[in-house]
Design a binder for this molecule. Structure first.
Ligand code: C2E
Ligand code: MG
Ligand code: MG
Ligand code: MG
Length: 286
């Protein structure tokens, strides 16, 4: 078809593109088979509350245990599942698995279990008018109260408004929390906070990486914390890998941290208290 007026070049159908299309179809078929053969697993990464070091919540992250390739990262197959629509079935399975798992931990561990599980939801799932009903059914079948579930969506999934934002209102009405994932890296970040129902901002790892060096990342990490508290939201800092980063974030006011420093995503996380951060670093409040 004709080139768009923006001047985008028309992409020619080259053998390389053809191979990629073939790879897309092959991988799609493999995902279908993997669903049928129960090759997906859900792992859980702690979200730690400071200063106690308690595991307040966990994020559910999917893994593909491929019989030949080993553990495949979601970055390699979620985009394919999003494009061919299989994310709807896979996503519902992840949601149901995560709800059942937290209900089981709550039943066996009581208050030593995390309070909440956070589940990633893709744009394609959110765009379906049935999405809130699917969530309600997963909660009812697992016995997990709605307040123990959060859905993580990206700014990109909701910035166009429409059915995705309707779905978030419906989820909120059920009592499910809404987290904006990778916050600060997508479209129209701050504007979204005026129109989209949100409870939790997950501040992207890119702002955490250099938070120990005074510089622009630190300024942004601090500003995002101030925005979230000012709006009555909780802020979670993602991708915390060192004690120094944890300490710097705590000084900026952050109370919820997630990252390899506290634990990698695993099938059965350790819910014992994580090492508290350096003494004497009381959070600075505005
Ligand atoms: P995300 O939702 O932002 O998840 C955080 C990713 O960062 C996870 O990668 C996690 O393992 C990784 N991570 C956590 N702490 C650290 C750290 O300290 N350092 C570093 N370098 N990485 C850290 P993962 O599990 O590979 O997932 C990648 C992305 O794939 C996720 O990003 C999410 O967008 C998507 N994804 C994962 N599971 C699901 C799922 O069940 N459904 C959907 N729709 N998407 C998923
Ligand atoms: Mg996430
Ligand atoms: Mg994230
Ligand atoms: Mg991320």
């Amino acid at each position: 078809h004709a080139a768009k007026q923006t001047g985008e070049p028309v992409r020619r159908w080259t053998p390389a593109l053809d191979e990629r299309a073939g790879e897309f179809v092959r991988l799609g078929a493999e995902i279908r088979a993997a669903l049928d053969h129960d090759q997906f697993r859900v792992v859980y990464q702690p979200i730690v509350e400071l200063p106690s070091g308690r595991v307040a919540a966990v994020e559910a992250l999917v893994r593909w245990e491929h019989p030949v390739r080993g553990v495949v990262s979601p970055a390699a197959f979620i985009p394919v599942a999003e494009r061919n629509g299989l994310i709807v079935e896979l996503g519902e399975w992840i949601l149901r698995t995560a709800c059942r798992q937290l209900a089981e931990w709550r039943a066996t561990l009581g208050d030593r279990a995390p309070e909440r599980v956070s589940v990633n939801v893709s744009a394609r799932q959110l765009a379906r008018p049935q999405f809130a009903a699917t969530v309600a059914a997963a909660l009812a079948d697992s016995g997990l109260p709605a307040s123990r579930l959060a859905v993580e969506v990206t700014e990109t999934a909701v910035f166009e408004g429409g059915q995705a934002v309707t779905a978030l209102h419906e989820l909120r009405a059920l009592g499910v929390r809404i987290a904006l994932d990778d916050f600060g890296t997508g479209h129209s970040s701050l504007g979204l906070l005026q129109t989209v129902p949100v409870d939790i901002l997950k501040v992207d790892k890119s702002f955490v990486d250099n938070v120990t060096q005074a510089g622009r990342h630190t300024v942004i990490a601090e500003a995002l914390f101030q925005v979230s508290t000012g709006l009555g939201l909780s802020a979670v800092a993602e991708g915390v890998e060192t004690a120094e980063q944890a300490d710097a974030l705590h000084r900026l006011g952050y109370r919820y941290l997630q990252g390899y420093y506290y634990g990698r995503p695993v099938a059965e996380p350790d819910f014992a208290l994580s090492a508290a951060i350096a003494a004497g670093s009381e959070p600075v409040r505005a």
